[in-house]
Design a protein around this ligand. Structure first.
Ligand SMILES: *[C@@H]1O[C@H](CO)[C@@H](O)[C@H](O)[C@H]1NC(C)=O
Length: 359
């Protein structure tokens, strides 16, 4: 090819529109971007929203850098080569307008103010927006954490639109620690909002379903053989699947877990999928705060996610802590999870499927 044989009619788009994945300003999977909190007129159907907050973390911090690491690790994803072989279509080329909405500004020095900021921001994003393809329906969001506590403000906003939502929670830990219990001598109300108690708070606030919530991937140590942690968890309407429930007996075990979850959650019920990367084995997700050996593989996580064809009204991927990551392993797995969640949202959230359901 010589210079003279190039098409003289080529447009600027032909010439400069497509570069390699590693070029350009970084947005999730090269989506169009806006500062959604500053541009309320911007219309889209599915938004990626970063929540760089990690001061409710109990062990290794750093998840405040999670959103930018997940975006960076998503650069090999694009509309052009976005076909999901397992799902049989390209979620980036369907009906949905996808948008990287930027980050919610959150203070790292006061959790009370931070929770107020996040609650206000999610209400702004969810309650005062209309989806591009579905007037009278809000866009749906996948939040990039941040530590796991960022789910609470997201659920608060969703509650006002959909009523209670069923939470499918991938995690090594329960995260339903009873936040009304005193934290010893130095107890204060403000220390009770943590990345291990926010699901308890969500239940106390009436945000989540009474009977349909599910944990997947549990394996962390608990308080004692009286199993109080599990009894309290059960009292809040959770079903539990441990990591061993998933890998022992292989695919039939995963199919049986999926069937139990599907039998539990009524058709059409609004579902939220929250994935803490520590559900995966530390070998596959070293970049996180509270590692627990003996976890799921990304392969199992993807398989399970593809089997969860629910009415997904929101989701998140949390606890990616890039300072502890190696070779972008954790952030890349997290960006794949986002891709799978978007795939489900696009497939099950078509404009012709009625979505609003107050319960
Ligand atoms: C949660 O803790 C509070 C304070 O200790 C206690 O009164 C309450 O019974 C606990 N809830 C459950 C369901 O165990």
């Amino acid at each position: 090819m010589t210079a003279s044989s190039r098409d003289p009619q080529a447009t600027l788009e032909d010439k400069w529109g497509a570069g390699p994945g590693f070029s350009g300003i970084v947005t999730f999977a090269h989506f169009e971007t806006c500062r959604a909190l500053l541009e309320p007129e911007k219309k889209f159907d599915i938004g990626i929203i970063g929540v760089p907050f990690d001061t409710a973390t109990s062990y290794r911090p750093g998840a405040r850098f999670g959103p930018s690491a997940i975006r960076q690790a998503s650069q090999r994803q694009s509309e052009k080569r976005g076909y999901n072989l397992r799902a049989g279509y390209n979620p980036y080329k369907e009906w949905a307008t996808l948008m990287d909405c930027g980050d919610i500004p959150v203070t790292p020095v006061c959790n009370e103010v931070a929770l107020e900021q996040m609650t206000d921001a999610f209400e702004e994003l969810v309650l005062r927006r209309q989806s591009a393809s579905m007037p009278n329906h809000p866009p749906r969001y996948i939040a990039l954490g941040g530590d796991h506590s960022i789910i609470l403000p997201h659920l608060r906003a969703l509650r006002k639109v959909y009523g209670r939502v069923a939470v499918i929670h991938f995690d090594a830990h329960l995260d339903t620690y009873n936040s009304s219990k005193k934290n010893g001598y130095w107890d204060s109300e403000k220390t009770r909002f943590t990345h291990g108690s926010m699901l308890w708070m969500a239940c106390e606030e009436g945000l989540i379903s009474e009977d349909y919530n599910v944990h997947v991937g549990l394996r962390a140590r608990i308080g004692g053989k009286d199993m109080d942690d599990y009894h309290e968890d059960t009292s809040q309407g959770w079903m539990r699947f441990s990591t061993d429930d998933i890998w022992i007996n292989g695919v039939p075990a995963m199919e049986s877990v999926l069937k139990k979850i599907k039998d539990r959650i009524p058709e059409g019920y609004p579902v939220y999928i929250s994935l803490d990367v520590d559900c995966m084995d530390p070998g596959f997700a070293p970049g996180t705060g509270t590692m627990e050996p003996g976890g799921l593989t990304p392969r199992e996580v993807i398989y399970l996610l593809r089997g969860m064809d629910f009415n997904l009204v929101g989701g998140d991927v949390v606890e990616v802590s890039p300072p502890y990551d190696t070779s972008e392993i954790t952030a890349t797995a997290a960006s794949q999870v986002v891709y799978e969640l978007i795939t489900t949202m696009v497939e099950k959230g078509k404009p012709e499927i009625p979505l609003l359901r107050k319960n």
